[in-house]
Design a protein around this ligand. Structure first.
Ligand SMILES: [Fe+2]
Length: 297
């Protein structure tokens, strides 16, 4: 991002702020990635948000001190580089659900920050690359991929999975518990992996402080991330949740968990001393946005 560079009136130094209202309007619009109506769009959002919050301010008699405490907190969130995370936690699912409203198919969910493109294709359907802890449980996840519009099975669909390990940690260096499998002729797929567990993500940062003050425990319900691609084109990003997670009702990402994405595990046996569970999750592939416009027109 280019800094502003105007001369400040107080010190005479050149401004180095990445974000400054004295920068040319065009630059600011580009940063927001807004289009021709950028200014009016921003004005509309600002007006509506202000209008919506004003009655809340009055009703709760929010004080200047409370406003400034909130400002100090947001400063710390910014210094920690977590403003996007905070907005995602609070509002991303509302944005996602609004964008997908009326489009058939499996519900979309957050991609989250740990997706890495280029995970290997798993010819054996197995995502496990490392030795497991004795307490790790195995999982066979399977289901059928169908076209959400026609209901027909879809073969050759790329299912790109990633999830945390038995300690709640993602593999950032390799591809343990990451990989792509394809649906077969009947649309069915299978992936061999381990059971994800609930994990805490913000125990030692400002977002964690806020969650604690709100009497929330900062855990994500155990989940598996999934991207669905058809002939290389992404059609769906979602998460499926482990039905026996104790945090289904208090996942800190507001609105992330919904009944249609919760899958009950079934204990099916023991393999090499590890309990093995099975979960079934069918995937209805939404149409491309353009297809949907044609369908709906
Ligand atoms: Fe995750």
């Amino acid at each position: 991002m280019t800094s502003c560079g105007h001369t400040t009136s107080s010190s005479g130094a050149r401004c180095s702020a990445e974000w400054c209202w004295r920068r040319p309007r065009q630059l600011r619009q580009n940063e927001w990635n807004l289009t021709v109506n950028a200014t009016s769009r921003l004005q509309l959002i600002a007006d509506r948000v202000t209008s919506a919050l004003t009655p809340v301010m009055r009703e709760l008699r929010i004080t200047e001190d409370e406003l400034h405490a909130a400002g100090d907190f947001l400063d710390r969130v910014g210094q920690a580089g977590m403003c996007k995370s905070l907005l995602d936690i609070a509002f991303a699912m509302t944005a996602i659900d609004t964008r997908r409203h009326g489009i058939p198919g499996t519900r979309t969910n957050l991609e989250g920050p740990v997706y890495r493109p280029g995970a290997p294709t798993r010819a054996t359907n197995n995502l496990i690359e490392r030795d497991l802890s004795p307490d790790a449980d195995l999982l066979v996840l399977s289901g059928q991929v169908t076209d959400a519009v026609t209901g027909r099975p879809m073969s050759g669909v790329e299912l790109d999975f990633w999830h945390a390990d038995e300690h709640g940690r993602y593999d950032y260096d390799g591809n343990h518990l990451r990989g792509v499998v394809h649906s077969g002729q009947d649309g069915r797929y299978r992936v061999d992996t381990i059971m994800p567990v609930d994990y805490a993500e913000h125990l030692n940062d400002p977002i964690g402080e806020l969650l604690a003050m709100l009497d929330r425990d900062g855990y994500r319900a155990a989940h598996i991330h999934l991207k669905v691609r058809v002939r290389g084109v992404e059609r769906l990003t979602t998460q499926l949740f482990r039905g026996d997670s104790p945090h289904l009702d208090q996942d800190y990402v507001i609105g992330a968990v919904s009944e249609d994405l919760v899958v009950e595990p079934r204990l099916v046996g023991t393999v090499d001393g590890h309990r093995q569970y099975a979960m079934s999750f069918d995937i209805a592939v939404p149409p491309l946005p353009a297809d949907h416009l044609v369908e709906g027109s």
